[in-house]
Design a protein around this ligand. Structure first.
Ligand SMILES: Nc1ncnc2c1ncn2[C@@H]1O[C@H](COP(=O)(O)OP(=O)(O)OP(=O)(O)O)[C@@H](O)[C@H]1O
Ligand SMILES: [Mg+2]
Length: 466
């Protein structure tokens, strides 16, 4: 297709400073105005015309890595992956010459989702609601609910400021990318003012839900599963970074890591993706977009976007996985709003590390693994992009951590003689922060943030920079 991984000239032209974060969806005033004018006002690009070739079975380029593993709830009630090798062998992925997508009519998607019935809603983000639908596996025509293939349909909310440009970006980038750790975009619909995207259905929802949501449908996920998810997501990012044009994802966060039936991780949402620098430049300059709490500091401060800006976001998610706490939570006491600011000193200190680890991981996380994960997280969160590891290095480091097996009594949280204090799992099930119980000599100084809105907040918790 003509629009080769979009140039975003308008965006490049306007580097807007980000105002101080406030609850809810955020953007600088200038950015907001640009977004509404530039994105929502324009007609859909005619560059999409070649895609009308229809759906041609991109599935052939994917192996179903997920089918080789299965999950069972562990004895402790946290979700565990049984038996399987650390992570299934992955094909390398590919970038297609042109998007190969099925064009749906609005009527088809209406039928597939039972008229966008509220009980088919899977979630809601800045773009709009995401619905569950059913189509025939071969023809992709709407099917009766419960039959055929399940799909996820993202429907633009007319009020959304994300709109057209992100929709276009999703089609341009994700429509051409094929990798086991990237969600498959199956097709789209553009009709009058309706913009929709159709994805493969990710049965276990987002990592964000599993880490932070309360309720019986969200069991805490085990340490080994967290590592598997981290490795999968890291492979997805490494694939993007290793491509010829070095795709920068720009919106790495827990809600954009989706999980299939077997908890294989796949990145979704390429609305902010951008081609990396060319001609020997170290960065591209763009308007600051992304999500507070995850965006790299140099990018927020200057609009200079590096490939390594994604690595910072990865470090934030790793920290969320390690702690079970949200990157940003204004429901916590002020000094703890930012997880990174609060947690960094603990990551660097072996003796204090145990107090940081999610109490729901009690007895599962070998202390050496926690230590190495903390060191890796710190490197990813380095203030200087050049000091951050590449995503390929991150994958290697995580695989090494995965090989560390718990020795009897060696798991971080159950080792009485360890210099680290013990963290109990009294808060298992989501109410972690305020109930976290620290045993040992640091017990009266638990540094873990009070829960604030962690896990309990409804609506959309990540304030996005728009
Ligand atoms: N392919 C999918 N399969 C299953 N559920 C999905 C799929 N895509 C999205 N969802 C669900 O819909 C929710 C909203 O997703 P969406 O990408 O619109 O917003 P978000 O990532 O939470 O926020 P933002 O708009 O800031 O990126 C997800 O958290 C997830 O639970
Ligand atoms: Mg998303």
């Amino acid at each position: 297709m003509g629009n080769c991984f979009g140039s975003e000239e308008a965006e490049d032209a306007a580097v807007a400073a980000v105002k101080a974060p406030a609850p809810g969806r955020l953007q600088s005033t200038e950015a907001a105005a640009t977004t509404r004018r530039g994105r929502m006002g324009a007609a859909p690009s005619s560059a999409h015309a070649p895609m009308s070739a229809g759906h041609a079975g991109r599935s052939s380029s994917f192996t179903s890595s997920s089918s080789r593993s299965s999950h069972v709830p562990s004895v402790s009630g946290s979700v565990e992956v049984a038996g399987a090798p650390p992570y299934p062998e992955q094909p390398e992925g590919m970038i297609l010459e042109a998007p190969n997508l099925r064009i749906f009519t609005f009527a088809e998607l209406k039928a597939a989702t039972r008229n966008f019935k509220p009980d088919t809603v899977l979630g809601e983000g800045g773009f709009g609601r995401v619905y569950k639908g059913w189509v025939d596996e071969k023809t992709m025509n709407p099917a009766r609910s419960g039959t055929g293939m399940v799909i996820a349909v993202k429907k633009l909310n007319p009020e959304s400021v994300q709109g057209l440009q992100e929709w276009q970006s999703e089609v341009d980038f994700l429509g051409r990318l094929s990798h086991p750790n990237l969600v498959r975009l199956l097709g789209y619909c553009v009709e009058d003012s309706e913009l929709l995207l159709v994805y493969e259905f990710m049965a276990k929802g987002s990592l964000e839900n599993h880490l932070f949501r309360k309720g019986s449908s969200y069991q805490p996920i085990s340490w080994s599963l967290r590592l598997r998810i981290a490795i999968g997501a890291a492979r997805g990012l490494a694939f993007l970074h290793s491509s010829e044009k070095q795709i920068i994802y720009r919106d790495f966060k827990a809600s954009n890591i989706l999980l299939d039936t077997h908890y294989n991780a796949k990145l979704s949402d390429f609305g902010l993706a951008k081609n990396g620098p060319t001609g020997g430049d170290s960065h591209v300059t763009t308007r600051v977009l992304g999500t507070y709490g995850y965006a790299a500091p140099e990018y927020v401060a200057t609009g200079h976007l590096y490939v390594k800006s994604d690595v910072y976001g990865f470090g934030v998610v790793l920290l969320e996985m390690l702690t079970g706490l949200r990157a940003l939570d204004t429901g916590r006491p002020a000094p703890q709003h930012s997880l990174v600011d609060w947690a960094k000193p603990y990551l660097a200190d072996r003796r204090r590390l145990a107090r940081l680890v999610d109490p729901r991981l009690e007895g599962q996380c070998p202390s050496r693994a926690a230590l190495q994960a903390a060191q890796l997280t710190l490197r990813c969160l380095s203030g200087d992009p050049k000091s951050r590891p590449s995503m390929a290095e991150v994958v290697d480091a995580l695989e090494e951590i995965e090989r560390i097996k718990a020795r009897p009594k060696a798991a971080l949280a159950s080792r009485e003689e360890d210099a680290s204090p013990r963290v109990s799992a009294r808060s298992a099930g989501g109410g972690h922060a305020s109930h976290a119980h620290v045993h040992g000599h640091h017990r009266h100084h638990s540094p873990r943030p009070r829960s604030g809105s962690d896990g309990a907040r409804s609506g959309h918790p990540s304030a996005r920079v728009r």
